[in-house]
Design a protein around this ligand. Sequence first.
Ligand SMILES: Cc1cc2nc3c(=O)[nH]c(=O)nc-3n(C[C@H](O)[C@H](O)[C@H](O)COP(=O)(O)OP(=O)(O)OC[C@H]3O[C@@H](n4cnc5c(N)ncnc54)[C@H](O)[C@@H]3O)c2cc1C
Length: 429
Amino acid sequence: MPKALVIGGSLGGLLAANLLRSIGWKVQVFERVGDDLASRGAGIGTHEELLDVMDRIGIKVDASIGVHPESRTCLDRAGQLQHKMPRPRILSSWGRLYRAMKDAFPVDDYFFDKSLISFTDDASGVTAVFADGTAAQGDLIVGADGIRSTVRAQILPEAQPQYAGYIAWRGLIPESALPEELHREMFAHNMVCYPDGDAATMYAVPGPNNDVRPGHRAYNWVWYHPVSSEGLAALCTDASGVCHGTAIPPALIRPEVIAEMRATARRVIAPQCVQVIDLTEQPFFQAIFDLASPRLFVKRAAILGDAAFVARPHVGMGVTKAALDAESLADALQQCGDIDAALARFNDRQHLFGTRVIARARRVGAHLGAQATKPPETWTPEERHQDPLRMMIESGARLRDVPELIELVRANRGGRAERSDTPMAVVQP
Ligand SMILES: Cc1cc2nc3c(=O)[nH]c(=O)nc-3n(C[C@H](O)[C@H](O)[C@H](O)COP(=O)(O)OP(=O)(O)OC[C@H]3O[C@@H](n4cnc5c(N)ncnc54)[C@H](O)[C@@H]3O)c2cc1C
């Protein structure tokens, strides 16, 4: 039986591991973090194609998978209604998806506290070497180790993440913490606010222990705001003066940084959104990056998910792209019989898909990236003005509404049936 070593046990790694197992491979997953990742918070916008892949793995996709807002509602900076759209996508949470995928995979083949430091790839197969001095052998190594991938750094060192010029402030508050009036106005909807140069989105997600019962859910928010590279270094500097690069643990963010963030929010986004932000005890931020790899494999090492391409999050495609990468890899291995031919086929299919996903995500976030990085006189028309209606349509689109993406998915899937209706827990205020 052929054997795959999957590096990274987050969503991309688990999707690949479960799918490779389903085609008859022996799979081991190696995750750098020391224990269960389920507490990683934050909301995840889903696509039907992600749920298809979960179905294929054998995960039950039912109403508990997420919450379904009644509308996508856009407020202007003053808090007045600008636009309203029906039928937004299902919104789940990272923890809910992780739990389902982790539980589907044999516990004995998932190893925590295993940080890959390098691997060799020769006629006898691949050998992964970990920081604790242990090693593992297989026929294929799959780098699902995220934006700072060690697998990618070894095979394609030229592929480096590029800072996009803005960050995402994020937070999650318990449903019960929302005052009644704010709950009534916001909770049943995906509220968005797109004043020029900023973008906020807020929506209900499953609560602790993936609870979707009214009163037990959470409200998730993301606010994209331009920050220069120098500004980012300052934000990532803790109270003792240590700069943590481009990502700082939430607990180390200085109180004055959070106070300044709250003050800026008051100036630039709708007051209802500010109220939600103010109710958040521990806001945190993530810098937004673009990453495009020139190819998806070298010899017997493949990369997928964020290790391969990182799309700005406005299009809510990261996890779905990881699922489609994993599906394409498993299909190619099953169809080709020969690993080298399969990797070439995987690359032919998914490299173009990743390229198109990030091109679209860059376009949607162009004006945010330009604010702090380019002089206004050099801005392109896309960078100059943010049209809230266009933002709503582009960032809320289903995959099947984006012709350049869905044509590739359909070609890859070769006529496999598409999900037409997903059961969902409609938000009941
Ligand atoms: C603000 C924001 C909002 C987002 N919203 C959405 C959304 O709505 N919908 C959506 O689909 N996506 C969204 N995304 C993107 C999504 O989170 C990612 O695309 C997705 O999590 C990628 O998963 P991954 O498994 O490829 O990488 P990761 O989740 O980064 O996992 C990589 C794993 O590899 C492990 N690892 C790293 N190095 C090593 C090593 N050397 N050895 C062993 N293990 C290692 C890490 O510990 C980690 O667990 C958002 C992202 C951001 C920043």
